[in-house]
Design a protein around this ligand. Sequence first.
Ligand SMILES: CC(C)(COP(=O)(O)OP(=O)(O)OC[C@H]1O[C@@H](n2cnc3c(N)ncnc32)[C@H](O)[C@@H]1OP(=O)(O)O)[C@@H](O)C(=O)NCCC(=O)NCCS
Length: 139
Amino acid sequence: MIIRDYRPGDFPQIEALWKETGIYRSERGDSPEVILQCNAQEGKFLILEDEINKRIIGTSWLTWDGRRLMMQYFAVLPSQQGLGYGRKLAIESMAYARNKGASIKLEVHHDNIPAIELYRGLGFKILEGYEVYLVYHDV
Ligand SMILES: CC(C)(COP(=O)(O)OP(=O)(O)OC[C@H]1O[C@@H](n2cnc3c(N)ncnc32)[C@H](O)[C@@H]1OP(=O)(O)O)[C@@H](O)C(=O)NCCC(=O)NCCS
């Protein structure tokens, strides 16, 4: 398994992976153009790939808002979960942040025990007392 940077041709496989792992939301409007735009603004999109058959098995998208990194679309294909790949991808994402001197923020559903255990095990701490709000354009 290798971890490499996103390439434009990756998107169809990535979208399929997001759907398979249940993290895809069409209303977010994420697309190859948005990924390239975020990467041009000091973001990082990491791909975990089986280098033998060129299959993408994991993604970690770090976007930069000028102050800190947000880690989004963090996922590993269900057939490859529980094998240490999520930890590997998270550690690589954290190394990018460390080299940049930036903190990482992320959102995770409180029922998502595998992800919470992974993040906590790597030192992420909950921001107690906060709720997350969002508004889309059609309001
Ligand atoms: C969260 C996710 C990326 C973990 O990837 P993974 O490759 O299965 O994780 P790893 O095998 O590297 O496990 C690392 C740690 O995660 C935790 N973990 C993984 N699966 C777990 C499970 N089923 N139950 C509890 N903890 C679990 C453990 O702390 C584990 O460390 P350990 O092996 O020392 O116990 C994966 O479950 C996933 O893609 N889920 C669907 C998408 C998703 O919800 N992403 C998070 C969005 S915020």
